[in-house]
Design a protein around this ligand. Sequence first.
Ligand SMILES: [Zn+2]
Length: 148
Amino acid sequence: MVIFVDVDVNEIARLGRKFHWQRPPECPCCGAGLWWHGFVLAYFDHLPQAVWIHRLRCPCCGAVHRLRPKAYWSRFRSTTRNISLTINRFLEQDWQPDIPNPRQKLWWQRFCRKARLVIGLGWEWLPDAFDLLISWGQIPVSNVIQSG
Ligand SMILES: [Zn+2]
């Protein structure tokens, strides 16, 4: 499971494994205390190299949790803000200059598909669909449809 934390990715990159992570108070699965469980590498858009992200393990249920900066959705290397800006520019039929075009196109295709599948709205409602999907707990540019 991913646990979102309020951290600065640039600080993590600068300090590496010496970055001082705050340990989450409890396991989101069972409520027990968590133990540090090493690091994994993660890539973020504006950084040339991967950064070390801490993991935790629950001694009760055995779940392994990965910390993730709040500014990023799971499995996305761009910030949620940049993705939102990209979709808004697409709505105005323009490209975001600092993000590769194939990635922007992929987000746009996924967004349109998800808006149709989850909300069932037509083309004219797309400007509102991004925020609506987020308010329903969905990642608007993901292939995954979150349940409940
Ligand atoms: Zn647990």
